[in-house]
Write a protein that binds this ligand. Structure first.
Ligand code: AMP
Ligand code: MG
Length: 488
């Protein structure tokens, strides 16, 4: 059991040479209070949920008091931001307290995001605002429940301390959990400084701790790269299949273990739009929804480059060349499941592309469509009015439905059975921006009930909850496209 006074920490990152981080101290916040606590994440570190009610809990997870055994550090890294190399970044407002060990011996970084200035804060204030912590908190749990690898979130604490963004907001601290927060950019920092020994040391560390299957292998660095490529390709396929866009796919926001990390101006698609840009500071659309698979590969090239002192360029080229096929295969597999298809037919990719095209042309809500598709009637004499009614151009749906019906005929499954399966892969609830915004506005007035309600709903995104229908609803015209910026 992880109790606050006898927490077991095993701080492997802090055992690395000091070049990899700086020792720091969280800056206390005045009169902190608990905004939300996530029992499911607490289970990961074996933390007793009742502890959240104790006054010292808030002190510890705001950074006002240090957990015994913690060795707070901020990690150093670099990164390509919007295509431009920035030689030094680092945790500008995140402080790693240490790695908690659970009963199974699994380790989790306990990281406070928004805990004050660090040597890497640059022009920033080291703080996070309540709005952005709620977004990350809810979205990371939503992603986890959708089966998508992600950092987790233990709790949010808040304080009335003002924080200046586009407007005056208040400070909050998000406690993040993950096996590691090492990024592609962690490698880039040393590579571009020509510190190849440190590149090797970091690679050895990451392989030892997270890719131990390659420990001792002669070509372990190449195997490691190959696995990072595989995990990243599969991660992006999952993002695409649920309609998730990361707003800032810089290399410093790319996890070395293939997690979704650093939720800023992210977005879930409402109506399907391949060109969807969720970050309003992304003027060129570098991270537009349909660009993300290519951007991930570009980022992997940047990461692979850092391993060139350790592997042959031909080897790196070869494994990078595997990305596209892994991504496509995984995406098709996920989309097949969304369509309720079990068999693999050559025409499936075409069916998927044709569907996305008509969804786009008729501005159809992505999540609602797939949820309703579970009710598709294969009998040509029966109508699929509810689905057809979602299209500005109903004929386009009719045409597609004809092909879909023919394709379904190749499956040996009843409508009812297929429906059952589809309801388990097509979520009812995703964290739509306008839904998050409504919970945030209430929280900013001190009412956290909606944050907690949403947490509960998003942790079971496939369950029908008639009384919660409003949280599944697409935005009305007025609430569409809540602009989200980098100012988190
Ligand atoms: P992001 O792309 O949002 O993950 O952040 C890019 C870099 O800016 C990271 O190194 C962050 O630590 C840093 N950063 C973002 N916001 C702040 C802030 N309010 N204070 C200090 N550093 C920040
Ligand atoms: Mg970041």
């Amino acid at each position: 059991m992880f109790t606050l006074d006898t927490a077991r920490f095993d701080n492997t990152y802090a055992r690395l040479p000091e070049m990899f981080y700086r020792r720091v101290k969280p800056t206390p916040l005045p009169a902190p209070y608990l905004v939300s606590f996530n029992e499911k994440a607490a289970e990961l570190i074996g933390l007793d949920a009742e502890k959240a009610d104790k006054p010292e809990f808030v002190e510890y997870f705001t950074g006002n008091k240090l957990l015994p055994g913690s060795e707070p550090i901020s990690a150093i890294y670099a990164g390509h931001q919007f295509g431009t190399f920035v030689p030094q970044l680092g945790d500008g407002r995140a402080i790693l307290l240490g790695e908690a060990v659970n009963e199974k011996g699994e380790r989790f970084d306990i990281q406070l995001k928004g805990a004050g200035l660090t040597p890497f804060s640059r022009m920033g204030d080291g703080r996070a605002v309540l709005r952005s912590t709620i977004r990350e908190y809810l979205c990371s749990e939503a992603m986890h429940a959708l089966g998508i690898p992600t950092t987790r979130a233990l709790c949010i604490t808040g304080s009335n301390e003002p924080v200046y963004r586009e407007t005056v907001e208040t400070a909050a601290v998000l406690t993040r959990l993950a096996p590691t927060h090492v990024r592609f950019g962690s490698f880039e920092l040393f590579y571009y400084r020509g510190q190849y020994e440190q590149v090797r040391e970091l690679a050895d560390y990451v392989i030892r701790e997270f890719y131990s299957q390659f420990n001792g292998a002669e070509d372990k660095y190449l195997q490691f790269l190959r696995e990072v490529i595989k995990r990243t390709a599969k991660l992006i396929a999952q993002w695409q299949s649920v309609g998730f866009a990361h707003g800032v796919m810089n290399t410093d926001n790319m996890s070395i273990i293939g997690l979704t990390i650093d939720y800023g101006p992210f977005g879930f698609l409402d109506e399907f739009d391949a060109d969807f840009i969720c970050n309003h500071s992304d003027y060129g659309g570098r991270y537009a929804f349909d660009q993300q698979p290519n951007v991930a590969l570009w980022n992997l090239y940047k990461f692979a480059q850092t391993l060139i002192p350790l592997i042959k360029p031909e080897g790196a080229e070869a494994v990078l060349g595997e990305y596209q096929a892994i991504f496509t295969e995984r995406l098709v597999e996920l989309m097949r499941a969304k369509l309720g298809l079990e068999k693999q037919e050559l025409e499936d990719p075409e069916l998927i592309v044709a569907l996305l095209e008509i969804l786009q042309l008729s501005n159809v809500d992505y999540t609602v469509f797939f949820r309703r598709l579970g009710d598709f009637k294969t009998d040509a004499n029966e109508k699929n009015d509810l689905l057809q009614g979602m299209f500005i151009d109903p004929k386009s749906f009719d045409q597609w439905a004809k092909i879909y019906r023919a394709r379904l005929a190749k499956e040996n499954i009843s409508d009812a059975e297929r429906r059952e399966k589809m309801m388990r892969v097509n979520p009812k609830f995703v964290l739509r921006n306008h839904i998050a915004q409504s919970a945030i506005e209430k929280a900013q007035k001190g009412d956290y009930t909606e944050v907690n309600t949403l947490l509960e709903i998003l942790q079971k995104p496939f369950d029908e909850k008639p009384e919660m229908e409003r949280f599944a609803a697409p935005p009305t015209v007025g609430s569409k496209r809540v602009a989200v910026s980098c100012s988190s």
